[in-house]
Design a protein around this ligand. Structure first.
Ligand SMILES: Nc1ncnc2c1ncn2[C@@H]1O[C@H](COP(=O)(O)OP(=O)(O)OP(=O)(O)O)[C@@H](O)[C@H]1O
Length: 235
């Protein structure tokens, strides 16, 4: 492991659901401290890419976390390497309270937030600390899902459509939170349909199409050629 290794480096990644070959030779990387967004139409393979990284689908190729090969690692071996996955469905324990959700997870690193630090970052979770997961708003559930991975000590965050279904004011709050995490040096790989949201955060973009990577662009390149997105996303 060298210090210059990207936080996440993927090469020749293929993935399958049963016989269906859904990711075709994906190569991408995310540097330490970088925020990268995966864009693409529904079904392009964005969620499957995140699920492949954490070993939730059958996959082959190479996935290195800070230089360490993890393609054969089961999911429970990944959290100690500093990666945290927040799925689209958020994955909180809905019958437990906010605080129970936060206290249940093991901490893997010194960088793990304490519950007090989580409450400083998410004052509304502190207010709701005795509320059951099912009683939370969509925005609160999303905040709790992100808080849980911070609590585990993850420094590389995989976030699947964190703004989906949320009101604009809450989307703004999530945006502010991600900017803060970025300023703290977190590495973020984001799947996002809301391009206007992603544009305010991301350093780089990958565009996926039919299970392949079609394009990689920096923010500056994207601003110079906005028609690229029309072509792939029809936006
Ligand atoms: N559990 C599954 N079993 C079989 N095929 C699946 C499964 N989940 C997704 N797929 C297929 O895999 C392909 C990639 O889906 P994926 O969910 O990764 O796309 P996506 O880009 O994240 O789109 P979305 O925004 O709709 O989630 C699609 O063709 C989809 O139909």
């Amino acid at each position: 492991m060298t210090h210059s290794s990207p936080a996440l480096q993927i090469e020749s990644l293929n993935a399958w659901y049963g016989d269906s070959h859904v990711l075709d030779n994906i190569a991408l990387h995310v540097s330490e401290g970088e925020t990268v967004t995966l864009l693409g139409r529904n079904g392009a393979g964005k969620t499957t890419t995140l699920r492949s990284i954490v070993g939730l689908v059958r996959r082959s190729g190479s996935i290195r976390l800070r230089g360490r090969e993890t393609i054969k690692s089961p999911i429970h071996k990944l959290a100690p390497l500093g990666i945290g996955y927040v799925p689209e469905e958020r994955g909180i324990f809905s019958t437990l309270s906010v605080e129970e959700n936060l206290r249940l997870l093991p901490q893997y690193a010194d960088s793990a937030f304490t519950v007090a630090e989580i409450y400083r970052l998410f004052p509304n979770l502190q207010e709701r600390r005795h509320s059951q997961g099912t009683k939370l708003s969509g925005g609160e559930q999303q905040m709790l899902a992100i808080a849980r991975v911070l609590r585990s000590g993850a420094r590389i965050l995989l976030l699947d459509e964190p703004t989906e279904g949320l009101a604009p004011v809450i989307v703004q709050e999530i945006g502010d939170l991600l900017k803060k995490l970025k300023s703290l040096g977190y590495t973020i790989l984001l799947v996002e349909q809301n391009f206007r949201f992603a544009k305010k955060l991301a350093d780089r973009f990958y565009v996926m199409e039919n299970g392949k990577l079609a394009e990689t662009l920096t923010l500056a390149e994207l601003n110079r050629q906005p028609d690229v997105l029309d072509r792939y996303l029809g936006v």
